[in-house]
Design a protein around this ligand. Structure first.
Ligand SMILES: [Zn+2]
Length: 373
């Protein structure tokens, strides 16, 4: 494996970061007409999230909220007191259902009497998972055991799931729906909703042609690769194919668009970054296929392949994402006809290579992104 730090630096050098350092917590920074950047802390290895404020004549629109923690609420209160010029928050737009994005939506909507805007898929998924309607212990256990996760680790995965309700406060019981291709007017300008899949059910990015600005959410990130996972409530999902298919929607945008991502710095170089990410996943598909082929007719479970994609030590939070992402790569290989699934009498899915994957360029190292879900 190449020196992944050098490789990461080389890839970053292909992008441009026109807005410099992030704003201090509790402050905001102008990045485009009427659009402001703010940061909130996260209690994970991925220690921050970028949020956005769009100024309107009579108020403000918040895009993404931060995770449900008192510290985040305190920073929001500082911003409300010092940065909004006395105007109220009128709407809360949430790109997707993950806690760092939707966690404080309910609190913000209640605090301001604001409306919540999300895709149907992510609003309903958030409600269902938060309230324990999907992804129960039995479903999760079956999914994990049938993909080779050792029984004594299933409990670790269960604790992770419990974190969702902690990271997401109660949501409003009604919302306004974001739909792919439909407009959303913010700050007097039309933004277009671009739905992407694979990271969340229906992740909404927001594209403003007038400003040449894309609020990309987690769908396109400049440094780390977005977590793409298969989760117990949708155990046969082909999340990686869905994710890569979504790239076509972003390739249609201008190459010089300013991209406002949820992690890292605002950047220019959208098409370059999509090329980098495509190469990243090609390399990892190639690596996992080669490691699976080495097992011959016995085949490999998705769990067997986790150390191939994630050779470094993983903590209990990271291993959950690493497994979900490894399974997503295996399902993509299955869809593309490189592996077949053999389900044993023990109920375990093992994958056998039937068509080798051509060697790709070496991987640029680990996928680094591990959010809570
Ligand atoms: Zn996310």
């Amino acid at each position: 494996m190449p020196d992944s730090l050098d490789q990461a630096q080389r890839l970053l050098a292909q992008l441009r970061f026109p807005h410099g350092d992030p704003p201090d917590a509790g402050t905001i920074k102008n990045v485009a007409p009427s659009v402001y950047w703010l940061r909130m802390p996260l209690p994970f290895q991925l220690n921050h999230i970028n949020l956005w404020l769009v100024e309107e004549r009579d108020g403000w629109v918040i895009v993404d909220t931060g995770i449900n923690m008192e510290e985040t609420q305190r920073y929001w209160e500082t911003i409300f007191a010092q940065q909004l010029g006395g105007k109220p928050v009128t709407r809360v737009v949430v790109t997707h259902m993950h806690p760092d994005h939707v966690g404080l939506a309910g609190w913000l909507c209640e605090r301001w009497g604001a409306t919540l805007h999300m895709t149907l898929g992510d609003y309903m998924s958030s409600q269902a998972i938060r309230n324990g309607i999907v992804d129960g212990a039995e479903t999760r256990g079956t999914h994990l055991l049938s993909n080779g996760v050792p029984a004594d680790l299933v409990e670790t995965f269960a604790r992770h799931r419990g974190g969702y309700s902690k990271g997401v406060g109660p949501l409003p019981t009604s919302f306004e729906r974001l739909i792919h291709g439909h407009p959303l007017v913010m700050g007097g300008r039309r933004w277009q909703v671009i739905v992407g899949r694979g990271h969340a059910p229906e992740h909404a990015s927001l594209w403003c042609p007038d400003l040449n600005v894309l609020i990309s959410g987690d769908q396109v990130l400049p440094k780390i690769s977005t977590n793409v996972g298969v989760w117990p409530n949708e155990p046969r999902a082909d999340a990686l194919s869905w994710f890569l298919d979504s790239f076509a929607r972003f390739r249609a945008l201008p190459a010089d668009a300013l991209v406002l991502p949820s992690h890292g710095f605002p950047f220019v170089g959208l098409h370059t970054r999509l090329d980098q990410l495509t190469a990243h996943h090609d390399a990892r598909l190639s690596e996992i296929a080669a490691a699976t082929a080495a097992r011959g007719e016995v085949g490999a479970t998705a769990w067997d392949m986790v150390p191939t994609l994630f050779p470094r030590h993983l903590d209990n939070n990271q291993v959950v994402f690493a497994f979900a992402e490894t399974l997503a790569h295996m399902h993509c290989l299955e869809t593309r006809g490189h592996v077949v699934r053999r389900t044993g009498t023990d109920g375990i899915h093992r994958f056998v290579v039937v068509k080798p994957v051509p060697a790709a360029m070496p991987s640029d190292g680990d996928s680094e992104v591990f959010e809570v879900v």
